[in-house]
Design a protein around this ligand. Structure first.
Ligand code: CA
Length: 223
């Protein structure tokens, strides 16, 4: 589970953000001043920082500057006042990943938090929307496929077949299993629809990526 550090001195806002993030399944930690926030971020005790600008002691800009100055790449979302667009641009140039202007709708902040957590490849762990086996990458959200970094266009059914095969790399899946999981109707098990789709998939993603195991079925090669 990801932990969001909220650096905000206004109790009302801190508690509003904290409650919302917790309801969304995230862990939270609150710092009421810049120095405490910086210490928590430096200790890597969080996965993302929501950083207010107006803070007692060192302000949000300085927290950001010191954080980036020490080589820390945690995603940072700044909370800025609506009338300080100039400051916001400066903030983005100085290493903030995103910003939300006050007053804000919680949904807007949450969307940005989720986006930045997903993009961050560091301490968050693997992206649950991406599946990578060898040179093949599936994005389950956008349903995009890449082979060796190059996009490949698949139909919805081809995508599902590839997804099922890639969920079990190196394991043999029978025609019946594939029919059941990809076509989910009671297709005639003697139907050659699986073989036809495998042939098309091989043409699109590379023939040796899907191996035929004679008399048993198909498996996704682990390379
Ligand atoms: Ca403040």
């Amino acid at each position: 589970m990801s932990t969001v550090l909220i650096v905000e001195d206004e109790e009302r806002i801190a508690s509003f953000v904290e409650k919302g993030l917790r309801a969304a399944g995230l862990q939270t930690v609150v710092a009421r001043d810049g120095a405490t926030g910086l210490a928590i971020a430096q200790a890597e005790a969080c996965d993302l920082v929501v950083l207010d600008i107006g803070l007692p002691g060192i302000d949000g800009w300085e927290v950001l500057e010191r954080l980036r100055g020490s080589g820390n790449t945690l995603p940072v979302i700044m909370l800025t006042a609506r009338d300080s667009v100039h400051d916001t641009v400066t903030g983005l140039e100085n290493g903030a990943n995103d910003y939300v202007t006050k007053p804000f709708q919680f949904a807007e902040l949450l969307a940005r938090v989720r986006l930045r957590l997903r993009e961050d490849q560091g301490p968050i762990g693997p992206d649950i929307n991406r599946m990578v086996v060898g040179a093949v990458t599936l994005d389950l959200r956008t349903r995009r496929v890449e082979v060796d970094g190059a996009p490949v266009s698949l139909t919805a059914r081809e995508f599902t077949l590839l997804h099922v095969l890639m969920e079990h790399p190196g394991h043999v899946l029978s025609r019946e299993q594939l029919l059941g999981q990809v076509w989910d109707t009671d297709f005639d098990p003697r139907s050659n629809v699986v073989d036809v789709f495998v042939r098309t998939l091989r043409r699109k993603i590379g023939a040796d990526r899907i191996e035929t195991v004679r008399g048993m079925g198909y498996r996704f090669a682990t390379e």
